[in-house]
Design a protein around this ligand. Structure first.
Ligand SMILES: CC(=O)SCCNC(=O)CCNC(=O)[C@H](O)C(C)(C)COP(=O)(O)OP(=O)(O)OC[C@H]1O[C@@H](n2cnc3c(N)ncnc32)[C@H](O)[C@@H]1OP(=O)(O)O
Ligand SMILES: N[C@@H](CCO)C(=O)O
Length: 386
């Protein structure tokens, strides 16, 4: 496994020297937010959409991702004439707090007492929550002089941020589209995250989280973490359709269990997903962000009542789930819809038929594209956006 440390790049970002008081009680300063924008902010500043990325996404939504050289993760969704139409809307996408693509996170230089600005935070980076991520995003939205967002859209952990935006800043969000998400992180998903984290801890190059001292990364552990997680992003049907039981010659030649020097295509695919991930992601960020997802529960401060954060809301919601998503199943999306109904919110709910599993929101699903386009166009008419 290649041990190359993912490159530290220069990203477009804004530094907020005053920082942010985190939910854990720690004051993190400064806070840097890396972002990309697409389209033009209207003179009335009323056409802004914040798109929130998922666990391992980044701000490169619709242009080339600099580490991989590939198109941004939602290039088919965001652009001129596309469902999130940049001829009409001004789209902002920010790397989350705790991330590793330019926003303040475990790879950033440690700040505060005793810090000399050369050593990264590593595992001493304070625990952050989804609400902290959203409050950090609001710093940048305020800097743009935007008082009300036309919409907030996102899938998976991005959907958690959408819900947190709507709950924390109800007067700022006209429309909200939480996709393939849940009002709380389930026990099963916390369990998957824990397996991923243990894989990282078990790597001999983990070095107590101070792997930079060895100029290495816990590549094997991080790759195994991603391999396991990646299975949860697909579905049995999708894996069968893609690979079935097909085998190929084992290019690694390191499998003592292979009878004829072969390997299953699905094994080879997972290895590829694991090793390519290591080139674009930081292990300490992975730990920080998976933990933030685990903490997420809209009912925590409300005796488990998921409707209370939304009482009195005027935000229009469109909840989207995918029929084969077993990580964030439709039953959890329905739970969210019922909570919003109890809060008397304006809510619509769409389940898209798909066999692609959780990552369907990243893939070509024409019904999904039509849903995004339709909801945003309808909401734009009500918001009287040109
Ligand atoms: C939401 C966010 O915020 S963004 C974060 C999302 N981005 C990611 O998760 C990136 C990694 N994830 C993926 O690639 C996801 O599978 C998706 C959903 C984004 C893309 O899915 P698909 O387009 O169906 O691609 P697929 O899952 O088939 O993977 C294709 C890759 O596997 C490789 N591959 C396919 N079959 C095999 C095989 N048998 N052996 C080895 N490699 C294989 C392909 O060569 C391709 O490699 P590349 O990405 O280096 O070019
Ligand atoms: N595959 C996406 C979605 C996970 O929830 C990601 O890695 O961010």
């Amino acid at each position: 496994m290649d041990q190359t440390v993912p490159a530290l790049l220069q990203h477009e970002c804004v530094v907020f020297p005053e920082g942010l008081h985190l939910e854990c009680g720690f004051h993190l300063a400064p806070v840097q937010i890396a972002y990309r924008t697409y389209g033009t902010l209207s003179a009335a500043r009323d056409n802004a959409i914040v798109v929130c990325h998922a666990l391992t996404g980044d701000q490169y939504l619709a242009d080339t991702q600099p580490l991989t050289g590939k198109p941004g993760w939602w290039s088919r969704m965001v652009g001129p004439g596309l469902p999130i139409d940049t001829d009409r809307f001004f789209v902002i996408c920010m790397n989350v707090l705790g991330g590793c693509m330019g926003s303040t996170g475990p790879r950033s230089p440690r700040s505060g007492a005793g810090a000399d600005g050369t050593e990264p935070w590593g595992t001493d980076f304070p625990p952050v929550t989804i609400r902290d991520m959203v409050r950090a995003q609001k710093l940048l939205v305020d800097r743009f002089g935007i008082q009300r967002l036309f919409a907030v859209v996102g899938g998976s952990m991005g959907g958690m941020q959408v819900l947190e935006w709507a709950a924390t800043y109800p007067d700022m969000v006209f429309a909200a589209m939480p996709i393939a998400t849940s009002p709380f992180h389930s026990a099963q998903n916390i369990a998957f995250n824990e397996v991923s984290r243990q894989a990282i801890f078990a790597d001999p190059d983990w070095h107590g989280g101070r792997y930079w001292e060895r100029d290495a990364v816990p590549a094997r552990g991080l790759a195994v973490a991603r391999m396991m997680a990646h299975i949860t992003y697909l579905s049995e049907e999708a894996l069968t359709r893609k690979f079935g039981r097909r085998v190929r010659r084992d290019p690694y030649g390191d499998n003592p269990l292979s009878l004829f020097g072969e390997m299953f295509e699905v094994e080879s695919y997972l290895r590829h997903q694991g090793s390519s991930f290591v080139h674009r992601f930081d292990a300490n960020s992975y730990l920080t962000i998976t933990r933030a997802m685990d903490y997420f529960d809209l009912g925590t401060e409300h005796d488990g009542d998921l409707s209370r954060p939304f009482h009195g809301t005027r935000t229009r919601f469109c909840i989207v789930s995918f029929s084969s998503d077993w990580l964030f199943p439709t039953s959890q999306a329905r739970m969210l819809a019922r909570a919003l109904n109890r809060a008397a919110a304006n809510v619509s709910f769409v389940e898209i038929e798909s066999d692609k599993g959780h990552d369907a929101f990243l893939l070509d699903e024409p019904d999904f594209d039509r849903t995004v386009r339709g909801f945003l166009s309808g909401a734009a008419e009500h918001a009287r956006i040109g």
